[in-house]
Design a protein around this ligand. Sequence first.
Ligand code: PLZ
Length: 452
Amino acid sequence: MTTSPLTGGPQLPQQRRIVTEIPGPRAKAFQARRLNAVASGVGSTLPIEVVAAGGGVIVDSDGNSLIDLGSGIAVVNVGNAASAVANAVAQQAAAFTHTCFMITPYAGYVEVCEQLNRLTPGNHDKRSALFNSGAEAVENAVKIARVATGRSAVVVVDHAYHGRTNLTMALTAKSMPYKAGFGPFAPEVYRVPMAYPYRWSTGAESCGPEAAAAAMDHIRTEIGADRVAAMIMEPILGEGGFIVPGESYLPEMVKFCKDNGILFVADEIQTGFGRTGKWFACEHENIVPDLVTTAKGIAGGLPLAAVTGRAEIMNSVHAGGLGGTYGGNPVVCAAALAAINMIETEGLVERSAQLGEILQSRLDEMASQDPGIGDVRGRGLMQAMELVHPGTNKPDPDRTKAVIAATHAKGVVTLSAGTYGNVVRFLPPLVIGEDLLNEGLDIVAEALAATR
Ligand code: PLZ
């Protein structure tokens, strides 16, 4: 055990260590057992058997130590098993594990709401409500927006991802694997063009204004702006492929929403809590949403989600209209308060911006040597590369799979994304050591060379 200066607590050695093939013999036996017990619809990208994780590494039952460039999909921003989070969880669990905030309330829930009201974009009067998962937060944002506006329609963009429940499947763009066979979906959901600079037919520069004009036209003529309760959008699209919206798209859409009495909901579930080098990705665009949904990075790995927004909108819902048995569970709130405190006291937002520059320059360098890398994009420690057939922008999902498999075999956890399955994305914990990040990226460069 070594002590990390970033967490001040005991941690696993921050190193890549490969002692078997990956997956190794124990992992293979575990996988066979799992197939006999777990429904096959639930997949696993890298079927090892995790026995420990800490900071920026994941250790498996074969004794391998892997570099984590995925953070469990942008969740363990403060590092895995951060000692501050683990201690807060243990203390709270020993005091009380659950009472249900709707029955007998406690301070942790209120304090998490206070922190969210303080940290989310805009200095207007805010209120928050807590839930268990990102999808549940998005569903509740829709419920709140419908009551607040008295309207029913909801607008989302191409390539969006908002969850796997019935309403959020309707909001999510991609059919396979998220929606295929699971319909019928919730009604009154409408999709408008997204400003996707790399794939915009007239080029990246005209993308933002042209996509915004097309989206506004669609809302006015085909949906009816006065029927729309909310537009929901990720300020940087996550599962859709780390798409940073073309310049001016977001501010133009926010203004259009304001002018038409439509609430703008920023889904910051993947982009939040320092991930992009700011507390929230909206800050890069100087936009202030009416409502914000958060989850993932909020609680150091424990399941918590929230809707935060303008007090008058949040308070428009009748008493008892929002809730759930476990929403804002005391143990999870203790974890969130520890994680938020750690992000602030250890300067992890700034660290994300700094390490993000290293990540981006390494990816840019790889792209300069590889005609199959069509685009490098993202902000902070949320960056990706889009793989295409050289000389075209035709997606190359097969090479993407091969690159990811090659990194896995060498002990680096990378993830894919993108509507066309051709994006390799990087979401390291914000506490990852610079050397470990660089070593992980060396392996990525080797995987690219091996698959060229
Ligand atoms: N909104 C922007 O990124 C979750 C999904 C992985 P839940 N993204 C990872 C998968 O295959 O299920 C996500 C997101 C954005 C909403 C969600 C949904 O959050 O906590 O998974 O429900």
